[in-house]
Design a protein around this ligand. Structure first.
Ligand code: FMN
Length: 285
């Protein structure tokens, strides 16, 4: 019989948007599928992290962008998955029942091309066991929605206010780094009813194939993630923190967290499957 993985050290437990998290380590949307992906890896357990954010989910299923969707960079990667997902009804009916909500907290990542779509996805997750919802207005890899909302503070606030009306569950807004004033955006999202903020999503970028002289990514542009973006993420988290602190609105800091030392200053992300446990262990020392 497999041994039950140890819980994070009790000193790591915290309150986040009214939820009790066993640890400040959060696995980010798009990096662990729908919460089941890492559980297939021997040596990893969902019990090691405070929360898991599921892959971005739209109202209808989406096939995602044309290939290539990912490419390496010297210190990270570029992705343009294009929000491939099976649609909210499939996630609620077929995936959520397979997750063990006793192991960790699960947060849905709500996406849409229109405000109505964001609202409908939020409504359907509201009527499910999900612990909280993250509104993704910051995906740089889709033609409609995403940063069309996230790069304009007033539009961001309209999405948040509309979703707020259909759920009492904690709402976290995931902010785009690809905008002029992330602090102003955070302020309007808080006023519109966001309980928490996630900072940052990927930064727009591209790669060129020197042989073909064509963009590597089928979508031409994608989102840069990994260690290269950590200094940018830190500054954006700081700018948002200055606005969020007086309102006591917490932030899930993210972007380039690849070791416990990074995680201790920003709260964060995994780089390999052992990182959450290692970060938790080292932060608690
Ligand atoms: C392959 C991939 C898919 C992603 N999919 C989503 C997504 O569906 N929704 C979302 O809000 N963020 C998504 N992200 C962004 C991550 O959640 C995270 O904000 C970003 O990668 C920065 O963190 P990192 O540098 O630690 O990877 C994705 C990132 C990657 C690399």
């Amino acid at each position: 019989m497999a041994a039950i993985a140890p819980r994070p050290h009790p000193s790591l437990a915290l309150e986040f948007c009214g939820l009790r998290l066993a640890s400040p380590i959060v696995l980010l949307s798009g990096c662990v599928g729908f919460g089941e992906e890492y559980t297939r890896v021997e040596g990893f357990s969902n019990r090691e992290v405070g929360a898991i954010v599921l892959k971005g989910t739209t109202l209808k299923p989406r096939l995602g962008n044309p290939l290539h969707r990912v490419t390496e960079t010297p210190m990270g990667m570029i992705n343009a998955i294009g929000l491939q997902n099976p649609g909210v009804d499939h996630v609620v009916k077929n995936i959520l029942p397979t997750l063990d909500f006793g192991e960790t907290r699960f947060i849905a990542n709500v996406c849409g091309s229109t405000i109505d779509e964001y609202v409908e996805v939020t409504r359907r997750f509201d009527d499910s066991p999900i612990d909280a919802m993250e509104i993704n207005i910051s995906c740089p890899n889709v033609k409609e929605g995403g940063v069309q909302f996230g790069n304009y503070p007033e539009m961001s606030a309209r999405v948040v206010a509309a979703c707020r009306k259909v759920t009492k569950k904690p709402l976290i807004t995931k902010l785009s780094p690809n905008q002029t004033d992330i602090g102003e955006n955070a302020r309007l999202c808080i006023e519109a009813g966001s309980d928490g903020l996630a900072v940052i999503n990927t930064i727009s970028g591209m790669a060129v194939d020197l042989k073909t002289r064509r963009p590597v990514i089928g979508n031409v542009q994608g989102g840069v993630s990994g260690p290269a973006i950590k200094p940018i993420a830190l500054l954006k988290v700081r700018q948002v923190y200055e606005v969020a602190k007086p309102h006591r609105v917490p932030i899930i800091g993210q972007g380039g967290i690849a070791c416990a030392r990074s995680a201790a200053v920003s709260e964060g992300q995994r780089w390999n499957y052992q990182l959450p446990a290692r970060c938790g262990h080292e932060i608690s020392r």
